[in-house]
Design a protein around this ligand. Structure first.
Ligand SMILES: CC(C)(COP(=O)(O)OP(=O)(O)OC[C@H]1O[C@@H](n2cnc3c(N)ncnc32)[C@H](O)[C@@H]1OP(=O)(O)O)[C@@H](O)C(=O)NCCC(=O)NCCS
Length: 260
């Protein structure tokens, strides 16, 4: 999710956040904008990235005491100038100032569901036709990304593979992949050519969970994921929006909050 700066992060999460910001700065520095106060300190930021023909917003925020003064609008305008008309997407909070900004900038807001709970392991089906993914899978994964969201993740795949487990469909006729965060026991990005493969990949991610898990960024076009979550006895709630411009909501697809 495009991250609000409200609750202080844990030490580990802060470290990961800083690492990710460094990465965005390295790959596409022109998409990274900060607002600076009179004393020279950073009071707001919009970190966005172009990957081929797609733009995404990774994180966006203005310090609370500076909000509502037009700083967010200037940051968003700069980020969108960087997009240069590319289709774009990001996962948004429900913050009223944020959603106002996004709709005024022409984004369609697709409500997202999230499913939480502990997987009832007796419901886990035997899934076949999957294997561990490798860097030489990136080429077809990017082609699949292009079909689903207009452009591949490009270098983001390598960044994710260094930190996450990648599971892919072994059948080139029905491609799909999921990244699994084994620390948190959940899938963080899932893409497939058709819903059945997507469901198999989500089951694999659920099988990797320990204790409470989370399936998020589920838009209404992705009810295939709701069916898996319900079968695993997770509970459905609502959480923010997938904001898209110049594209349909991707499906079968569960976006990554960080790399969309
Ligand atoms: C979203 C955010 C970055 C916008 O920055 P900002 O400097 O407050 O934005 P602006 O002042 O340029 O614009 C906010 C707009 O929302 C309106 N607004 C502000 N607070 C509002 C509120 N509580 N309810 C409704 N509208 C509100 C403002 O009037 C303004 O609209 P206008 O320009 O048409 O009058 C900032 O509010 C923020 O950091 N929010 C918390 C973190 C967050 O949710 N980030 C987004 C993650 S996806």
């Amino acid at each position: 999710m495009c991250e609000p700066e409200i609750e202080p992060r844990s030490k580990t999460a802060s470290k990961q956040w800083i690492e990710r910001m460094r990465y965005y700065l390295q790959v596409d520095p022109a998409g990274c904008q900060v607002a600076v106060g009179e004393d020279g300190g950073v009071i707001g930021f919009a970190m966005s990235q172009n990957r081929g023909d797609v733009w995404y917003l990774a994180t966006y925020g203005v310090l609370t005491r500076y909000q509502g003064q037009g700083i967010g609008k200037r940051l968003m305008d700069a980020a969108l100038a960087h997009a240069d008309g590319r289709p774009g997407l990001f996962s948004s909070t429900v913050h009223p100032a944020a959603t106002r900004r996004y709709r005024l900038a022409g984004f369609t807001l697709h409500p997202q569901m999230r499913m939480v709970g502990t997987v009832d392991r007796s419901t886990l089906p035997a899934v076949s036709g999957l294997r561990e993914g490798r860097a030489d899978d990136f080429e077809w994964m990017d082609r699949l990304d292009e079909r689903l969201r207009g452009a591949g993740h490009g270098p983001d795949h390598a960044y994710m593979l260094e930190r996450l487990r990648l599971v892919v469909s072994d059948d080139p006729g029905r491609p799909g992949y999921v990244y699994i965060d084994e620390e948190q026991g959940r899938g963080v990005l899932l893409a497939a050519a058709e819903p059945r493969t997507a469901q198999d990949l989500l089951w694999e991610a659920l099988a990797a969970s320990r204790g409470d898990t989370l399936v998020n960024c589920v838009t209404t076009a992705n009810h295939w994921a709701v069916d898996v979550g319900l079968a695993a006895r997770l509970d459905i709630g609502q959480e923010g929006y997938l904001a898209v411009r110049g594209m349909a909501e991707p499906t079968p697809y569960l976006a990554s909050g960080h790399f969309l």
